[in-house]
Design a protein around this ligand. Structure first.
Ligand code: C5P
Length: 234
């Protein structure tokens, strides 16, 4: 059964920790993204892990290989259980990330490495959001990137639910598909390739990333619970 990852997109650590406290027991994973990490730094990972959460550090690294290698290494040392890079950074960048992961594990004395994922095409993008002139179907861009990630030694990808089935077919069922853009109810926001939790589960997603539908709810733990309830039913 897929696991729920709640995105703690907050401008400061106390708000994130307060939300995490409300979610304790209703989801195993929380996600620290660009907004929170930039404001709070690596200490937020320790605080969330002390509360019992596994932490996905979602900084989507995209830089020269040496810099990404160091950033992934630092992420592992900071306690991230899952990290990610952009697959558009290419083979040498991805392989440097794998190396950084191993170095971080050695430094921390970890037996099992954190999960390393590659971002394919953001779930906030639809076909018409691709740069003009890039005349390729969005799902085939996702597929090419996903297959490359597998070849480069990554554990899986960040994609939308729409691409999971074909990624699992071409990369194997053990290749992780983590899907943001999960919307239990229709929402008019920045996400484009959205699915309900039930649809994502049926598509074969391994992790469902949900932010605002949980953190913006009057009862966040209840919202997380009902997402997982519909996942169980699906
Ligand atoms: O609030 P919402 O459910 O849209 O949050 C989705 C989260 O997942 C955000 O933190 C966003 O940065 C992240 N994300 C995404 N699409 C990706 C990768 C990460 O929406 N491809």
């Amino acid at each position: 059964m897929p696991e729920l990852v709640v995105a703690l997109d907050y401008p400061e650590s106390e708000q994130a920790v307060a939300m995490a406290a409300r979610l304790q027991g209703s989801c195993p994973w929380v996600k620290v993204g660009l907004e929170l990490y930039t404001a709070a730094g690596p200490d937020i990972l320790r605080r969330l892990k002390d509360m019992g959460f596994s932490v996905f550090l979602d900084l989507k690294f995209f830089d020269i290989p040496n810099t990404v290698r160091g950033a992934v290494r630092s992420s592992v040392c900071a306690g991230a259980d899952m990290v990610n890079i952009h697959l558009l950074g290419g083979a040498r960048m991805a392989q440097a990330a794998v190396q950084g992961l191993q170095e971080g594990c050695e430094r921390k004395g970890l037996a099992a490495p954190p999960v390393l994922l590659g971002v394919t095409v953001l779930t906030s993008m639809a076909q018409q959001d691709l740069p003009a002139g890039l005349d390729l179907p969005l799902d085939s861009v996702v597929d090419v990137l996903a297959r490359s990630g597998r070849e480069w030694g990554l554990n899986g990808v960040v994609c939308s639910g729409y691409e999971v089935e074909s990624i699992k077919k071409s990369c194997g069922t053990d290749y992780i598909c983590l899907t943001p853009g999960i919307r239990p109810a229709a929402a008019d926001d920045d996400q484009r390739r959205t699915m309900t939790p039930q649809q994502a589960v049926r598509a074969g997603s391994d992790y469902l990333v949900v932010g605002r539908p949980v953190t913006g709810a009057a009862d966040p733990a209840g919202a997380a619970y009902s997402i997982m309830e519909s996942v169980r039913q699906a």
